[in-house]
Design a protein around this ligand. Structure first.
Ligand code: FES
Length: 194
């Protein structure tokens, strides 16, 4: 005969293994929340994907690597690279500067005019020296400069400073130069037209 104790143990065991299942309303709520989290996650990832630009090497916005053969001699006409929108100028004091080739007035593209030994903007006539310095015209400031790193054959390395000053070559032979077209130094304040 099953005793009262055995019946109690059976009831307790049955209760112990009872698993509470969510109601239909709770189940739908969980599904809805999971969908919302997934949607927000995908939207956030999409925003980050577009917010952070990814520029390939050798395309505007990325880094251009050039060999020594692409650096003009001191005082020679600049070497212009339309793909990177920059001009490499080798100045008379044996320094190197890389100019952003877009006019600081309204964004036209000044070109080097050998006969006048200066950059001239075809739109409204602003003019700039070999080092990008403003000469005349409606442009509010000199040409901007790209941050450049010069690797020399003697193992030394020089990078454009925060002022965008030309890099002194001091007679050293160049192994290669890296031009970061995503990193521009603007001429502002007292140096705007220097
Ligand atoms: S855009 Fe160059 S002078 Fe106006």
């Amino acid at each position: 005969m099953a005793t009262a104790n055995q019946a109690k143990v059976a009831r307790d065991t049955e209760q112990a293994i009872t698993v509470s299942t969510p109601s239909r309303r709770e189940f739908l709520y969980y599904i809805w929340m999971a969908s919302l989290v997934l949607l927000l996650g995908e939207a956030g990832a999409g925003i980050l994907w577009f917010a952070y630009p990814r520029f390939k090497e050798g395309t505007f916005g990325g880094t251009f690597t050039l060999g020594p053969g692409e650096v003009p001699g001191a005082g020679e006409a600049p070497n212009s690279k339309p793909a990177g929108r920059f001009h490499i100028s080798h100045l008379g004091d044996d320094s190197l500067i890389v100019l952003y080739g877009v006019c600081t007035h309204l964004g036209c593209l000044p070109s080097w005019v050998e006969a006048n030994t200066r950059f001239e903007c075809p739109c409204h006539g602003s003019k700039f020296e070999l080092d990008g310095k403003y000469i005349e015209g409606p442009a509010p400031r000199s040409l901007d400069r790209f941050v450049t790193t010069v690797y020399f054959e003697d193992g030394t390395v020089e990078t454009t400073n925060t002022e965008g000053d030309p890099i002194q070559l001091a007679g050293r032979s160049i192994a290669r130069i890296d031009i970061d077209t995503g990193n521009r130094v603007r001429r502002t304040g007292a140096k705007a037209k220097l």
